[in-house]
Design a protein around this ligand. Structure first.
Ligand code: NAD
Length: 372
């Protein structure tokens, strides 16, 4: 098949859906590839590297008019005009955005949203949420460390001893666990909270302390198990007890990294304005949930703001800040997904009964096939 790699046009999106490495693999799998000129520039993959790998270079119309279009972000209205009816689109298409999926369906494209892949062992190599969240968790700690006016590790100097920074991580999924590991590597004292009981062991195995919010009813305990590894909204009683504990831990903290999310819902509010007021001057909050409304109502999307002496970092696309590695991992995720929908002869072979395919398929033949 003929594969197109357009340049991402969303503001601030520096990633690209294929690298020269994956282009070579597509060619070896009997596909042809057209890369829009400059598609990899922001991620430091120059046009020449794609050409050397065997890709043709083209314009955006040529890349979008391919049989299979590989994207990072969902196409906007302008891009949708150039995608052919019956073509295949693979990308992070925001499966919970019903209007966006309906607009895609209207183009007649067969669209696969990789974020919708089930969290099963076989899907690990194409799990874009994990590959990107992992980098976001790492970058969040570095951003906080850079903003923080003190050091992270304990340091004994001739002029006196500096105490290690205290880091609180809220939400210990993929991003949160990487944030814990990164903060530990820098020498911080780390504690973390999650609603899922399974997270306790993972937090402790990284050398951090688990902030325990005990369950008081069987209902709380049952909801906390989540579904498919994902959290569900907790009852107000548990959230209130968690808020008290979080407020207490945040008052002691120097850095808070919040990553708590519930699929398809607004992010849970875990750090109230009152909690921020009680934090130490100079402390830093990185709100990774800002795209979904934020874990803190004071954080602002794509801005760094100071409130009550606390710096709140609200960048919504941290993987794009490490675009070279983020693209390399994302491109491999896409390559692995492509193996599920094409055969050894480079032809489309969509296994309709494969649970990964069923979960990711958003629309085909003008119809929405899955809306969250
Ligand atoms: P996510 O981004 O949806 O959410 C981040 C974290 O926020 C989750 O750990 C969630 O439990 C937590 N959270 C939600 N509400 C909270 C609250 N009120 N307080 C504190 N924390 C709260 O999650 P994710 O990073 O995508 O990971 C989801 C799950 O998938 C995890 O269980 C992870 O281990 C699992 N996973 C499995 C595989 C696999 O088996 N292939 C791969 C990756 C991730």
């Amino acid at each position: 098949m003929h594969i197109g790699i357009p340049r991402e046009c969303l503001s601030g999106e520096a990633r690209v859906a294929a690298t020269p490495e994956t282009v070579k693999k597509y060619l070896a799998n009997k596909h042809t590839v057209v890369v829009e000129q400059g598609a990899g520039i922001a991620a430091h993959y120059p046009d020449e590297a794609y050409a050397e790998a065997g890709a043709q270079l083209g314009d955006s119309t040529q890349a979008l008019a391919a049989d299979i279009v590989l994207k990072v972000r969902t196409p906007d209205a302008q891009e949708r005009q150039h995608i052919r009816r019956g073509a295949v689109l693979v990308g992070m298409l925001d499966p919970f955005d019903a209007a966006g999926i309906a607009a895609l369906a209207e183009t007649g494209v067969t669209a696969f949203a990789l974020e919708a892949a089930p969290r099963i062992t076989r899907a690990q190599s194409l799990d874009v949420l994990s590959s990107q969240a992992n980098l976001a968790g790492y970058k969040a700690v570095l951003l906080a460390a850079n903003q923080y006016g003190r050091l992270i590790p304990m340091m004994m100097t001739a002029a006196g001893t500096l105490k290690a920074a205290r880091v609180v991580v809220l939400g210990a999924g993929v991003a949160g666990l990487q944030a814990i590991a990164t903060a530990k590597r820098l020498g911080a004292v780390v504690e973390a909270s999650d609603v899922r009981p399974a997270a306790k062991e993972q937090i402790e195995s990284l050398g951090a302390k688990f902030i325990d919010v005990p369950f008081e009813t069987d209902e709380e305990r049952e909801i906390a198990q989540g579904i498919g590894g994902y959290a569900r909204p907790m009852p107000a009683s548990w959230m209130a007890r968690q808020a008290l504990l979080v407020a207490e831990r945040c008052r002691q903290a120097d850095i808070v990294i919040s990553t708590a999310l519930i699929p398809g819902r607004p992010a849970p509010v875990l750090i109230s304005a009152e909690t921020v007021k009680g934090m130490k001057p100079g402390s830093v909050i990185v709100d990774l949930a800002v795209e979904r409304g934020g874990n803190c109502p004071l954080s602002e999307k794509d801005k760094v703001v100071e409130k009550h002496g606390v710096t709140l970092i609200g960048y919504s696309n941290l993987p794009a800040m490490v675009a070279t590695d983020a693209s390399a991992l994302y491109a491999r995720n896409v390559l692995d997904f492509m193996k599920l929908i094409t055969n050894a002869d480079g032809q489309l072979a969509i296994q309709q009964d494969d649970e990964i395919i069923t979960a990711c398929l958003m629309c085909a033949d003008g119809k929405v096939l899955r809306s969250a």
